[in-house]
Design a protein around this ligand. Sequence first.
Ligand code: FES
Length: 577
Amino acid sequence: MTEKNQHEHKHGLARGLTNYGDSDFSIYLRNSFAASMGYSREVLKKPIVGIANSFSGFNNCHRHFPELLESVKRGVLLGGGLPIEFPTISLGEVFLNPTSLKFRNLMSMDIEEMIRAQPMDAVVLMGGCDKTVPAQLMGAASSDLPAIQLVAGPMMTSRHEGERLGACTDCRRFWGNYRAGKVSDQEIRVIEERLATTAGTCAVMGTASTMACITETLGMSLPGTAAIPAVHADRMRAGEATGLAAARMVDSPIRPSELITENSVENAMRVLLALGGSTNAVIHLTAIAGRLGIPVSLRRMNELSDNTPVLVNLKPLGSDYMEDFFYAGGMGAVLRELKPLLHLDTLSVTGETLGDRLEVDPGYVDIRIIAKANEPLEPQGGLVALFGNLAPNGAILKRSAADKNLFEKEGRAVVFTSLEDLASRIDDPELDITEDDFMVLQNAGPRSASCMPEAGYLPIPKKLSAKGVKDLVRISDARMSGTAFGTIVLHVSPESAVGGPLALVQNGDKIKISVKSKSIELMVDNKELQKRRDAWESNITPLLNRRGYDRLYAGEVSQAEKGCDFSFMLPIEEKNT
Ligand code: FES
């Protein structure tokens, strides 16, 4: 391709020129500066595949990215493209304050704008840790350049005294035992160094693994790649294949808007329910779909949940880990079992339909880990949304990780007004609480000072855990780690920090939940509730007293059922309706 042609067709380096008022000068200058990096003229004529690399010293899950990056570059070169890596924001789940969710939208804006502003013909998105993949998919959906997601892959498990350990369900189990006095100070320090021992994302069906499976279902990553362990040689082969596929997309572009459709989003929701996947994924899938104007409804989720079986026996619901899921058949096996429930005309980045993919011989499937649809672990989906006067816009319960004995229950509210209040009183021997009570946490939603942390897994008060109590109903507007378990009602909306009904709950009130009727009711009469509403005052820091990203976030973040995205990031027509 001549330089003139290169410019006219706006491929490679000639895309999106820096504006000096003279486009020929712009390409001349850009070629010149690119040449300063040692690229030959021949190479600079190639189509460019950008590689959005979220490697960071603050992200343990991505520590193998330098090696994985090389395999992606090799694939792009094989496909005749020029791979150019660029750094982006990275979100290492446990290294961010107040919580990673606050920065997911910031990362999505970084991804979108850098894809759009820099000259590339296709892009590979390298992410993995909880919020990174949603952020990358949101940004890619908004920019709508041909894009392929490459996930980090899960960690391998470790060992402690003959027992397998994997972050982070086992982190919580051992911490619970430590709080109950069953694990010593010395042993918990040993366990601390054994929970996460390889590169990769958490080893169970937590948020990162759930999002990897959802990404494959949406068609945004190569088939069969979601579950490959981070340190397995197949992960590097997947990197090479991803780079090659991205280079091929330059000539046969498939855009995110052709992959993320109403049908593929519904398939992804089915998969989430069949995995017994993370509650966080509901928020992320809603936000990703929202970037293309596709609504996700919690009532529709309930309809799908009623006839989607839980198939995957991984922690936190079951007994096994992501490496077992990989060897058991991975996402291909799950999709095959769900086939009668799925839309088979959805596309993947390879250009094949889901129906085409599922025609291929499934190979070995370990049904101890991926159950047959006619002999499922649970007949109904892992998640259910509850509605009622306490959550008019919905709340989420991961029923597959909860104690069924607590599904139809009325309890007395024991209220904590903030995370600080919780921390200061949870282990007070004088705390008035029994195992029949409902713990309620307020001011932990998206607009609260804590920005919706994974704090919905309220610890069992020491006085109860010492007696052997392992679960009780806990209700909040917070989120929960995908690796956690318990009878935990989350994402109550509208949240308490904006005056939602959760803000009106007082100690001693009766609350009734029913999983059967999908309801959550505060048993306080309307007159009394109105009195409390009239007396309620917001404790959110006013926008005028905030600055920078904190101000943008606080002013724009939406409620959980809208995906906690910023309204101004939605497509224009969506925003105006
Ligand atoms: Fe990164 Fe769990 S900390 S996936």
